[in-house]
Every structure is written in C-alpha cells, then in structure tokens.
Design a protein around this ligand. Sequence first.
Ligand code: ACM
Length: 391
Amino acid sequence: MSIRKNGDCWKLGILFSETGATAVIEKSQKNGALLAIEEINSKGGVAGLPIMPVSYDPGSIPSEYGRLAEKLISEDGVSLLIGCYMSSARKEVLPVIERRNALFFYPTLYEGFEYSPNVIYGGACPNQNSVPLASYLLENYGTRFYFVGSDYIYPRESNRVMRNILRQGGGEVIGERYLPVTAVKEDFVSILEDIAETKPDVIFSTVVGEGTINFYRAYYEAGHDARKVPIASLTTNEAEISRIGAKAAVGHITAAPYFRTINTPKSRRFLQSYARMFGSDEMVTSCCESAYFQVHMLAEALEREQSLDIERLREQLLGSTWDAPQGKIKIDPDNNHTYLHSRIAKVDDNGDFIVEREVRRPIKPDPYLVTPDLNDHRFRLREASKPVRAS
Ligand code: ACM
C-alpha cells in the first residue's frame, strides 16, 4: 500500500465509544489519541502530511466495533486503527484486522493470553498489574478475597489468573459473582449482603464502565468502610472516581502503569497539554495515556518508514522506545506488547489517586504468564517517590 492511498494525509481510524456503558473511559482514550494527533500535526505532521482521525462511535456494543473496523478499512481506506476498551470489543475487531492485514493499536489493560501480528498492545497484561497488586494486597490487607466482575471475557479470565496468583501467596477466594456490564446500583444489593456476611479482607473488582460507578456508590451506601476493606481493581480510574465522588471513593485501590498524580516533567507537560485542549485534566486515565503514547509511537514509526506497508511499519514499531508520561517504555519485539511501569495507588480524601508503591523499572510483558511468580524480583514493589496531588 503506498503513501498515496490516503491522499494528502495519514488516516487513523478511531473506534472509541462516546455512548453506552464504557463511554466514560473510552472518551478519555479518544481524547488521548486526539491530543497526540494535535501535537504531531502542530509540528508539521508526519513526513510533511497531517494525521487525519476518522472516527466512529460503536456505542459500547462489541459487535459494532467489528462492523465499524470493517467499514473503516473497506470504505474509508484506513489501514491503521486505534480503539476498544472491553476485551469483548477487541475480540470482534481481531478477525477483521487480521483478514484485512491492518495494524490495530489497543491501549487498554487486558487478561492476556493473546497474540496477533496485527495488534500492538499498549495496556498492561496480568504479570504487569495483577501480580504486583496481589503481592501488595496480601501484604497489607489479608488473605480472604471476594471477586465481583462484569460478565464477559476480561473479568472471568482475569479472575482465573488472579485466583492462581493469590493461591501462590496463601490467599483464598471466598466469593465470586458476575453481573451484566449494564448493571445498576440495585443489582449489587445481594452481592453486598453476601460481602457483609462473609467478611472478606479485600474485594477484587473487575466491574467496568458505568457498573463501577454504581458498585462503588452502592458499597459506600451499604455502610462498608473502604479504609478497612477496600475494593481493589485494575480498571477503576480517575474519570470514574470523579463520577463516584471522593466521599464514596476514598480508600479504594487501583494498580496501573500511570496515574495523573505522578510528578514527572513528562507527565506534567502531558497534563498541561491535555487541559489546554479539553479544558481540564480531570478525566485523564492510564488508558488515555496509553492511547496518547501509542499514537506518538506510531507517528515516529511512520516518519521513519514513510509508508503504510504494515510489515515494514511493524518492524519499525517492534523494539521501539518512547519517553511516555509514565516513564520510559518499549514495545517488546517478542510479543507486540509493551514494557510498562507498575504502580499501586489509593484514593485519598480529595478523590485523588496517591501512588503508594511502584516497581523500579518497566516490566517486560509476559502475556501468557509463563513466569507468574509472586517472588520475582522484577515485580518487587518499593515505596513510591514523593506522591503528589494533581494541581
Ligand atoms: C478490558 O476489558 N480489557 C478492560
């Protein structure tokens, strides 16, 4: 495919939902991608041509992501795409991009156990978030876990992995319940009653999107104290905490590569740039940061290759590094996933995530969890350096 295929620009297909259950997080991902495009274009684009976003709203309906990926490729002439939050959506896009030999950037943590030569994975897989989180929770809260999840592939698979990791450290799962992605507050009542009865030390939540807001609020309203028994998660993020409210969110825990409160020059510049474009940095999340760095890394690869040849672009991307807001990262040439930082943060009284622990250096992705060892030195956590609140 030649550079002329897109005319006088580089088209980038964007598939993030503006409506439906996961719109809150996906809007922040879309903003991350648009911010990167704006930064690249304002500096003259790639090889003198701008990146042009071509965007559709799949409405948080998994099959729509597949249909719209096909439309982007066959009708809009797009061969580079970024998008998806839920793994169920990614699984719909996968056969389309493989059949069409397009290149798809996925900026979301997920359950692992997948590899496609047509995907560049920018979010954490279990060895980069579940293992450090399990180690932190076992050390600080106890051994009795209760799992609550949305009912689709990521929560079920992620819980399977988490159960194995916890067992390694002497933990046990005393309850495991699933609800539809569209669950409302009332749907959580019987789960909360079971939690009150069984008295776990910690809740591990794989509830996503609007369900997260409903679950955390219901937990607070049922009288549970998150400072004593927190809900720990890999997905609950700044955009959702801002909807939950500080009072109901304080004490809860999330593991992610990036939080808005980390105090690095690159992160401060990212937040300023985001706030200039969107009015406030309140909705910046780890998945937003991932969309942001993936578009920048793609642009640099395009600049070096100056062609839409997918095989050659992939060669440029694999092994490439970038100084992201979270710190230095690298796309692993072994598996198309990304070396990422790992941090554990707790929500404070103001509703900000304050980083409590972090690993020393980015963790090599191990999507098939070949070495799920709680004692591996690479996952060892240290006190976080000077946690600060976002200004
Ligand atoms: C997810 O479904 N990968 C959060």
